[in-house]
Design a protein around this ligand. Sequence first.
Ligand code: FAD
Length: 309
Amino acid sequence: MTILLVAEHDNQHLQSGTRNALTAAQRIGGDVHIAVIGSGCAAVAEAAAKLAGVSKVRVVDAAHYADQTAENLGIVLAQLAGGYSHVVLPATSFGKNLGPRVAALLDVAQISDIIEVKAPDTFVRPIYAGNALETVRSSDALKVVTVRTSAFDAAAEGGSAAVETAPAGPDLGVSKLVSRALTESARPELGSAKVVVSGGRALGSAESFHSVLEPLADKLGAAIGASRAAVDANFAPNDAQVGQTGKVVAPDLYIAIGISGAIQHLAGMKDSKVIVAINKDPDAAIFQVADYGLVADLFEAVPQLVSAL
Ligand code: FAD
């Protein structure tokens, strides 16, 4: 049994979710190889080779992988996958885009967003926005699996895998990257931050969202998240959304401020280790999942919390 883990990267750095997906791959058992497909991505291959428990890194380096378009990656991955028992990807936007294409090309069913490995063919995954857990067994000879990264610890360094080159696939020329608008932030990345301060519709404006939440996030070294209502109202950027249709996070500490606790929001944060909620409505659903709840007006409570810190 040999597993091919697909590295998520930007041609220079390995994204942290790859390390969490590696832990899931190791739980499946057998040898783990990592596929690094990119352009000028030697540094990524080097970083992947240093991860503990990886026996081989297979690098495909060609100009038409620079933008990581899923069409070109999918076809070469389907070629690389021959002989493997599993193809594993992080269930991030990258993996959610690429995994189904690879599964379709290989004519197998994708097993999505797993949170537990029961056996090499049996996995647990949340359904209905996290309200039920489903155990699925796949009889496909090759299994394409995406991994909920917040459910697995990041694999450590300490390996020295062999790095070998594999041939590139075709440039399909069916899609091209027009532009990429990146949010620059000195804060930790939302998906891997240990502390997340999240704000909802109650913040009232983009200005208040930032002026109220940022001092608290600064004190705690936290990432800033948002409910969908806050994102839809343009208080916060799209990539800050936590929930069923946003990011799934499980930090050590999640502070929900002026967030009602709709089921779709809970789906993205209820596995956080400690949840603190500040809401002026004592019946708000968020208090049902909170370890610590403060019934208060956020515009008074948050500045007080900041000065106490
Ligand atoms: P509200 O529900 O309006 O809650 C605001 C809260 O702030 C209230 O509880 C109120 O008591 C409190 N409040 C008001 N003023 C103050 C004050 N001064 N001090 C303290 N508290 C105050 N939502 C997500 O978040 N993420 C998702 O990924 C997501 N995906 C969805 C997918 C689908 C298919 C659908 C249908 C919905 C989805 N939603 C998602 C939307 C979700 O249903 C809710 O509408 C949304 O989460 C509500 O955001 P909110 O809690 O900020 O706003």
